[in-house]
Design a protein around this ligand. Structure first.
Ligand SMILES: *Cc1c(COP(=O)(O)O)cnc(C)c1O
Length: 238
């Protein structure tokens, strides 16, 4: 193992330990760990995969396309966790195993239309906007049920649950209350759609609180890969 591979393997062990501990104290099953690999080169993703990590999250369709092509032979599981523009729905339905950011009907139709019938259905999460007034991404809480119904009606899609990115309030108790609100929406979705099994919330800084409030998947970047370069990543061109 070279130095980087070794460091990544250590970070993975530490994060898994933290996730395990949080689940144990909350008396919940251990959540899945999604490694958020935006801005990370394919070689570092391959190194983390060699250490045993299987699922990776990317924010930008174009950036992901290159990495997925390069890392295809590793058989990794790819999640889109960034905002999806409708004109990128075809690429997203082709490249990814999961899309976590479905927040409007138009995307449901487009993803279903473009998912290859020869492949398993595309796994889909509804993204809900709980308290982030600065962002237009994510549907409103009262739109979750109709959107879930639309997804469930599409044979090429598989409704798996709910995803949220609450405002990162410095006060963790304020974050906890946002996570608890998402959890209540998730419970409602599960009551209507018993196949639903995924509540994606919590990142490097607040995964312990998210797990205590019921997350079944945490999305972790910085704690695995280290701090990303400060340069802002351009959004996919419209
Ligand atoms: C970048 C990102 C993460 C990971 O954030 P860290 O703080 O680096 O762990 C999780 N979810 C989404 C949607 C992201 O964009």
């Amino acid at each position: 193992m070279d130095e980087t591979t070794d460091a990544l393997a250590h970070a993975l062990r530490d994060v898994r330990q933290q996730v395990d501990n949080a689940a144990r104290s909350a008396n919940r099953p251990t959540p899945r760990l999604l490694a958020v690999s935006k801005t990370q080169p394919a070689a570092r993703i391959a190194a983390l995969a060699a250490a045993g990590q299987h699922a990776f999250g990317e924010n930008y369709v174009q950036e992901a396309a290159t990495k997925i092509a390069e890392l295809g032979p590793l058989g990794l599981e790819w999640h889109l966790i960034g905002h999806l523009q409708s004109n990128k729905a075809k690429d997203a339905a082709t490249l990814f195993d999961w899309v976590q950011t479905v927040d409007r009907d138009k995307l449901v139709t487009a993803l279903a239309r473009h998912r290859d019938a020869a492949r398993p259905p595309l796994n889909v999460l509804v993204q809900v906007n709980i308290d982030d007034e600065a962002s237009k991404h994510g549907c409103q809480p009262d739109e979750v049920a109709p959107l879930a119904a639309a997804i469930a009606a599409e044979p090429r899609l598989r409704l798996r649950g709910l995803m949220a990115i609450p405002t990162p309030w410095p006060d963790l108790e304020r974050r906890r209350s946002a996570f608890a609100q998402v959890r209540r929406l998730y419970d409602g979705m599960q009551a209507t759609h018993p196949g639903v099994d995924t509540l994606s919330m919590g990142m490097s800084e607040d995964l312990t609180v998210a797990i205590a409030e019921g997350a079944t998947m945490v999305r972790v970047g910085t704690a695995l890969f280290g701090r990303r370069p400060a340069t802002t990543q351009p959004q996919d061109a419209p």
